[in-house]
Design a protein around this ligand. Structure first.
Ligand code: HXC
Length: 510
């Protein structure tokens, strides 16, 4: 007589063999972990509980047989003692392709995570829709996407691209909050691969040129963080999770970092040049202010003229947004606008206060920007700050000109506390441009136009391009000595801890 328990365990053993030793060896040769090893690498030891391991494909067309776990492992466990749901696509099983049941397992996990109020991590390694299963696999994609949207802004969704991510496979990551890409061989994301691209457009391009990590991290903006390999990707996920609450109704964890919230920051005098034209890297300013100089920059290579990322101040998770004058003078352009708007909205979804450092000459002028829709994209920044009901603290470092002054977390859009350094210049435009326009006739009529121009520039600077005029109107709360930046922000974060939240929203991709 068959022992039922032994029978189940035998079946389970076969499932654990995944796509077979040969396929596993091939995976190892390319330096990758198996799907199960990836899960173990992320989760606390022995914390993984697998759900639905016995699910198998219902389709038998084109000789399709039952596939172990239908090519995806789903379940839950803990990371640093905090719960998380996880799925890992198994490339050894028909290239991690998404068949009907594979997709329904992921959809079920998303329901489970949303009901339980815990984050979902997806480890993606998939050739896309399982071609054998036709429309059934498309149906399952749709079921996943709908749940991604329902979960958006309610539980954090993090996806790691660890191998191919082709066709329909790209959209679930794109609907989530963060995409991490590894530098693994064969790791790329595209809707249509090089062969189809070649056939349709005649363009010849390699998979990595079309959708490798370098492209998505710097050009398309689809990727938020890059990891050297599978192991460092899992470490990055742990780090990211450590900043986030489990869901939108909770606060992020507070960590005792040991860094004194009242610590002075005199190094800012050295970091920020008084000369408005001299560039500096705003990330140095950010590191000086945050706890233990630790700053997890998001999308560092995409639109680097804007810097966004997560840090802790007084142990509290804080979203940091800044213009970075090191790149293109820190102007706001199409990509920088999208980057800032999405990050502010993400923080607003998950109760993470935002500190904004402003040094912006304005929206980037030019035909290319206007034609790409800088109006529409720029509006997103205004929208995001105006909509946000998390604590908003803004520090105007140097330039805050024109529409970009308003957009970058100004008092007028709802910032709770706005400080300015004595070097701040708050004006409709830079003194040079302003003087040339309003004193045009005087300058032209003068015998020494250059001298008059310089005089007028200085006159304008004295009147408007300093923080006092704005402070007199109440547009900023105080002009502060830079060495007190950290303590002022720490104090603001404490007083705003109980700020009442308005209605929640989702985190739409932009
Ligand atoms: C079924 C697939 C598959 C797929 C790969 N396989 N992709 N099976 N459906 N989509 C199978 C292969 O046949 C092979 O099976 C095994 O997985 C490993 O694949 P290889 O090609 O040997 O591996 P590799 O050389 O590393 O190439 C991986 C790959 C390539 C880049 C992913 O397989 C590929 O280009 N696949 C098709 C990608 C694609 O066009 N996807 C779009 C699908 S349409 P054996 O048995 O030999 O091991 C789509 C639209 C949905 O997704 C839209 C929804 C919104």
């Amino acid at each position: 007589m068959i022992n039922p328990l032994r029978d189940v365990e035998n079946r389970r053993r076969m499932i654990m063999e995944m796509g077979g030793q040969e396929k596993i060896e091939k995976l190892r040769e390319s330096g990758k972990l198996t799907a199960r090893e990836r899960i173990e690498c992320l989760l606390d030891e022995n914390s993984f509980v697998e759900l639905m391991p016995f699910v198998e494909s219902r389709n038998t067309d084109f000789g399709l047989k039952a596939l172990p776990a239908d090519g995806v492992i789903t379940g839950y466990g803990t990371v640093d003692g905090r719960p998380v749901c996880i799925y890992a696509q198994d490339f050894t099983v028909l290239g991690g392709s998404l068949g009907e049941m594979h997709g329904l397992k992921i959809a079920h996990l998303l329901d489970f995570a949303l009901e339980s109020g815990i984050p979902v991590v997806g480890l993606c390694d998939s050739g896309g829709a399982r071609i054998h299963e036709g429309v059934d696999s498309l149906k399952s994609y749709g079921e996943i996407f709908r749940r991604n949207v329902q979960a958006s802004g309610r539980i954090p969704q993090i996806n790691v691209i660890m191998g191919p991510c082709a066709g329909g496979a790209v959209y679930s990551p794109a609907l989530g909050d963060f995409v991490i890409m590894t530098k693994n061989r064969g790791c790329h994301m595209f809707i249509t691969g090089p062969k189809v691209v070649g056939a349709v457009t005649g363009e010849k391009i390699s998979p990595s040129e079309l959708g490798g990590w370098e492209i998505h991290a710097a050009k398309s903006g689809n990727c938020h963080l890059v990891a050297e390999n599978d192991i460092s990707a899992m470490q990055l996920v742990k780090k990211l999770l450590s900043f986030l609450p489990l869901n939108c109704d909770e606060s992020p964890p507070v960590v005792n970092t040991g860094d004194d919230p009242m610590r002075r920051t005199p190094e800012i005098y050295e970091i920020v040049p008084e000369d408005q034209k001299k560039p500096y890297d705003v990330r140095e300013l950010i590191r000086a202010v945050v706890d233990c100089r630790e700053f997890l920059e998001i999308q560092p290579n995409f639109a680097p003229n804007a810097t966004v990322g997560l840090a802790r101040i007084d142990g509290k998770s804080t979203g940091i947004v800044a213009n970075n004058p090191w790149f293109y003078a820190g102007c706001l352009d199409v990509d920088a606008s999208d980057k800032i708007a999405r990050f502010v909205r993400f923080c607003d979804c998950f109760n993470i206060p935002v500190v904004t450092f402003v040094d912006v000459p304005g929206y980037l002028p030019g035909v290319e920007q206007e034609h790409r829709g800088v109006i529409r994209h720029g509006a997103k920044v205004i929208y995001a700050y105006s909509e946000a009901s998390i604590p908003l603290i803004t520090v105007i470092v140097r330039k805050a000109y024109g529409g970009a002054y308003i957009a970058m977390g100004s008092k007028h859009l709802g910032a709770d506390i706005v400080y300015a350094f004595p070097t701040a210049e708050i004006a409709v435009m830079g003194p040079e441009g302003a003087a040339e326009i309003i004193f045009k006739k005087e300058i032209e009529a003068s015998e020494k136009p250059e001298e008059v121009k310089l005089e007028k520039i200085e006159e304008y600077r004295q009147k408007f391009a300093n923080p006092v005029r704005a402070a007199a109107r109440g547009y900023i709360d105080d002009v502060i000595d830079p060495q007190y930046t950290r303590m002022r922000i720490s104090s603001a974060l404490r007083i705003l801890e109980r700020k009442q939240r308005r209605k929640k929203h989702r985190n739409m991709p932009m």
